[in-house]
Write a protein that binds this ligand. Structure first.
Ligand code: NDP
Length: 503
């Protein structure tokens, strides 16, 4: 066996005894001059950093992305420039609403975040296992998350809060339908897809741009828990997905996903039949068939969870030349919020942590100082731009294409309408099997059944608007009058809210 290293303090002083505190006599008291004891306790007192406000429970792995198809017509991103090219990645999967110790099998969307360490800097794809989202305006995000977490008075989950908000937010119907299908309880992180959900911009070396949506398709196949299995798993193995990912990779069975992309031209986006930047909608495959790009493989477990998974910080604002944002309002909110939350959680120099620092590109910025600046802080290089002392300079050749935007500055509401119900209805009618529909209705009934009757009515009317049979089946399960649900479904949202305002 290798001789163990000598134990030291944090500053390298050898430690002579790590079992007995220094005391005045065998009975104590303990002496403050025991600097080793003080250091050990003081560091322990500070071990916890703020939990992520969303996506707190997660698991991660290292791997690579390999290009399998030529996409250079659509993007100049160097890591996508050649078939066969490989880029190192780190991926973090997560649940959304639960705390750091919550169960992996909870009904919840799953985070699917990929950090590509490219030669042009880090590109992050911070997606979910669902192609849509509950809301499409970032102003609603804190409220939405509050309703998915705990009641401020009781600290318990509260079905009234959950469904009150959703039933007052009809654009959520598509995501609610996916969430309460068995896709809301994936069996493992390996058996689910990942989606960018947002629309992004790709642009090529000629300055042409395209709107794109990304789909990571699992090569393990989709596998989900039924509601009952997921409930059981909460008790028997709350860390089932974390365990599965680790054990699978340790066995050498490396999970993989195929990256596909849907591409829309700016001209098509102008008069598409719905807003292509609305994250509550998918682009139907028939209109925009997914095209192959490459393959993602996870083949290495982290050696230290805190260093590599807890401190990993992803942001949809981490782009590389060839990839940029779209006007999607929800995305615009996230471009601010992710970096902001990491500055709070990890500090202003979180980009220097090894898991977050670029690996294949130099980092040459004029940002200096700040808490825990742990590199050479730019050394003796100039700390301002412009300068004539050889400091790093911008490269105008990499400017993204200009986009024409115009309009009145105002708080513009989406023009609500029945279009919000079409895709949820299509999913129910055309995509789900009989068994899927049965599970969907049962999952909804068991959860919505915990809310007040007036909220049940308001929400069931939304299911009815997506599809009459869908609404009727939920109404039957909740023992609501079908005729009353139908009457509410035929009202405008304002009338419906009025009609269900009080018990
Ligand atoms: P398609 O028939 O071409 O595609 C349906 C897609 O639905 C499938 O390819 C699959 O996507 C996904 N799917 C299959 N089973 C389920 C399920 N149980 N729960 C959720 N999604 C499932 O039709 P459209 O493209 O016109 O879409 C119809 C509906 O399918 C949409 O309204 C949306 O609800 C859903 N959907 C569409 C996606 C898209 O990007 N167009 C993506 C995912 C869902 P996948 O291979 O990605 O699993």
């Amino acid at each position: 066996m290798k001789k163990p290293k000598r134990l030291t303090t944090e500053f390298g002083m050898p430690v002579d005894d790590d079992l007995n505190s220094m005391t005045a006599g065998p009975q104590g008291p303990v002496l403050t001059q025991d600097v080793h004891l003080i250091e050990k306790l003081a560091h322990f007192d500070r071990e916890r950093i703020p939990e992520r406000v969303v996506h707190a429970k997660g698991a991660g792995a290292h791997g690579y992305f390999e290009v399998t198809h030529d996409v250079t017509r659509h993007t100049r991103a160097k890591f996508l420039s050649e078939i066969g090219k490989r880029t190192e990645v780190f991926v973090r999967f997560s649940t959304v609403g639960g705390e750091k110790g919550s169960a992996d099998s909870e009904r919840d969307p799953r985070g699917f975040a990929v950090k590509f360490y490219t030669e042009e800097g880090n590109y992050d794809m911070v997606g979910n296992n669902t192609p849509v989202f509950f809301i499409r305006d970032p102003l609603k995000f804190p409220d939405f998350i509050h309703t998915q977490k705990r009641d401020p008075a009781t600290n318990l989950k509260n079905a009234d809060m959950f469904w009150d908000f959703l039933s007052l937010t009809p654009e959520s119907i598509h995501q609610v339908t996916i969430l309460f299908s068995d896709r809301g309880t994936p069996r493992t992180y390996r058996h689910m897809n990942g989606y960018s959900s947002h629309t992004f911009m790709w642009y090529n070396t000629d300055g042409e741009h395209f709107w794109v949506q990304l789909h990571f398709k699992t090569e393990q196949g989709i596998q989900n828990f039924t509601g009952e299995e997921a409930d059981r798993m909460r008790g028997t193995d709350p860390d089932c997905a974390t365990r599965d990912l680790h054990e699978d990779i340790a066995r050498g069975e490396y999970p993989s996903w195929r990256l596909q992309v849907q591409i829309m031209t700016p001209e098509e986006a102008q008069d598409y039949r719905f807003d292509p930047f609305d994250i509550t909608k998918v682009w139907p495959h028939a209109d925009y068939p997914p095209m192959d790009v490459g393959r993602l493989v996870l083949n290495r477990n982290p050696e230290n969870y805190f260093a590599e998974v807890e401190q990993a910080a992803f942001s949809p604002g981490n782009f590389v030349p060839g990839i940029g944002p779209s006007p999607d309002k929800m995305l615009q909110g996230r471009l601010f919020s992710y970096h902001d939350t990491h500055r709070h959680r990890l500090g202003p120099n979180y980009h220097l942590l090894p898991i977050n620092a670029p690996k294949a590109a130099p980092m040459e910025s004029y940002q200096r100082d700040g808490a825990m600046r742990s590199d050479d802080n730019g050394g003796s290089q100039p700390n301002y731009w412009p300068n004539s002392f050889g400091g790093p300079s911008p490269d105008p050749g990499l400017a993204p294409p200009s986009i024409d935007v115009s309009g009145m500055a105002a708080r513009h509401a989406y023009v609500l309408g029945d279009v919000d119900f079409v895709q949820a209805g299509d999913l129910y009618r055309k995509v789900l099997s009989d068994e899927d529909r049965e599970h969907l209705v049962a999952n909804i009934v068991s959860h919505l059944g915990g809310a007040q009757r007036r909220i049940q009515l308001r929400q069931t009317a939304l299911f009815y608007k997506a599809d009459a049979e869908y609404g009727e089946r939920v109404a039957r399960g909740l023992k609501l009058e079908s005729a009353e649900v139908e009457r509410l479904a035929k009202m405008t949202q304002e009338q419906r809210v009025q009609a269900t305002a009080t018990q």
